[in-house]
Ligand binder design. Structure first.
Ligand code: ADP
Length: 400
């Protein structure tokens, strides 16, 4: 079955084309466009390119297109990307302004260009459907909770891939299988030795998730993707009382406060240098105290959430780094793991330095009881597999 996975950023469009069956998924092609202003143009160029390279004929020969949709109002799981999905994205467009409108536009574009090809959405929130209420509710009045204010969680496909791959790498096929089948079977019974993984997705946006035996126990991300760790230019956790206070003292309205929190905060806001950790690291090496503070604050937040999951899960067998910063930034990895020898975690600095640029590896010392892994992100594979299953069964996956 030929499945195209479309990854729509607020300014980028990336894709991967898979040929997938019950036993394997082969990547036929991948590519993307930066600084996108017109998705239709991108989709046309992509289809032309895939046709020129002999992977597709007109595009109508695709079996399905999968979308990594972020946050739907009253909707999660893996579902056909129809009007209900567009309504759900629209219902929370203010909560995920960098993501929801882009996906809605992308889905509409594919529907216009390739009307006969099934579109399927896998929501990023799906991985968190088994997080217990005590860990996902906020202490707010009932009428706030009734309109959906709660912790949802994002980067679900990425953390799910970490759940699967870390279990494979650490030799637990039973847990890898449990994690792979999660959206169909739910958390199946498991009585073997525990595998508690602290998964750190550190990229343009970042989150930490605690995963026990393949199932998410909780996440640093909250109601919106502007929460938890500091993001590239978006704020992480912030006391809610700061907004009315800033609004009064700086004399800005709530929309302007929101804009500054969404566009001028996070690593950019603290460093004053940029939103890319490479630029920030360079400035820190050149003596910028603000740039160093941004890196240290990121490390502090990762350790805060990792520590929380360590306690919640009663320990950890592994900590995993994934996504742009997690796969490449040796300083962040080293600082996150520093001083934890008494807990049984010891980094091998040489392996840490060598494991970069999309390579997978174990970077802890041989003697380290807690393994430290680098796993290149592969959200698209998780989406392709779920879309394949959806196409075969036409059943939506479990969702709350
Ligand atoms: P997203 O998909 O959310 O944009 P990515 O996982 O692609 O996130 O991560 C992008 C971020 O990762 C960049 O903003 C940058 O901070 C960091 N990054 C990417 N490549 C490298 C690299 N080679 N070295 C260090 N940091 C990198």
């Amino acid at each position: 079955m030929k499945i195209l996975v479309a990854n729509l950023g607020s300014t980028s469009f990336k894709y991967r084309l898979f040929d997938i069956d019950d036993t394997q998924a082969s990547l036929l092609a991948n590519g993307g466009f930066e600084r996108v202003t017109d998705y239709t143009q991108c989709i046309e160029s992509m289809l032309q390119g895939l046709s020129d390279d002999g992977h597709l004929d007109t595009g109508e020969d695709l079996d399905a297109v999968g979308f990594k949709t972020v946050l739907g109002k009253d909707l999660s799981g893996c579902v056909e990307a129809n009007d209900r999905v567009l309504e759900a994205l629209d219902g929370f467009k203010e909560v995920a302004p960098a993501h929801n409108p882009a996906y809605a536009e992308g889905i509409r574009c594919f529907s216009d260009k390739l009307p006969n090809v099934t579109r399927v959405a896998l929501f990023e929130t799906a991985f968190y459907q088994w997080v217990e209420p005590a860990a996902r509710e906020y202490a707010i009045p009932k009428n706030w909770r009734d309109i959906g204010i709660r912790r949802y969680g994002f980067h679900g496909a990425s953390h799910k891939f970490v759940a699967e791959r870390s279990a494979e790498l650490l030799g637990s096929e039973a847990i890898a299988k449990r994690a792979r089948g999660l959206y169909v079977d739910g958390p199946t019974s498991y009585h073997g030795p525990p595998l508690r993984v602290i998964s750190c997705h550190l990229g343009g946006s970042s989150s930490v998730t605690g995963i026990k035996n393949g199932v998410a126990m909780g996440t640093s991300m909250g109601f919106s993707p502007q929460s938890g760790l500091p993001q590239n230019n978006r704020v992480g956790d912030l006391d809610s009382m700061a907004i009315p206070y800033v609004s009064k003292i700086l004399d800005i309205d709530i929309e302007e406060a929101e804009r500054q929190l969404n566009k001028e905060s996070g690593l950019l806001g603290l460093s004053g240098v940029g939103n890319d950790i490479r630029d920030i690291s360079k400035a820190a090496s050149g003596g910028s105290k603000e740039a160093q503070l941004a890196i240290d604050h990121l490390v502090e937040s990762i350790r805060h959430w990792a520590g929380s999951f360590f306690f919640k899960m009663g320990g950890a067998e592994a900590i995993v780094f994934t996504a742009g910063i997690g796969e490449n930034n040796t300083e962040v990895r080293s600082k996150v793991c520093a001083g934890l020898e008494e807990l049984g975690l010891e980094l091998d600095q040489e392996k840490n330095e060598k494991t970069r640029l999309g390579t997978e590896g174990v970077i802890s010392a041989e003697s380290s009881r807690i393994k430290v892994l680098v796993i290149p992100a592969n959200e698209e594979l998780v989406i392709a597999r779920e879309v394949y299953r959806f196409m075969n069964t036409r059943q939506i996956s479990l969702n709350n």
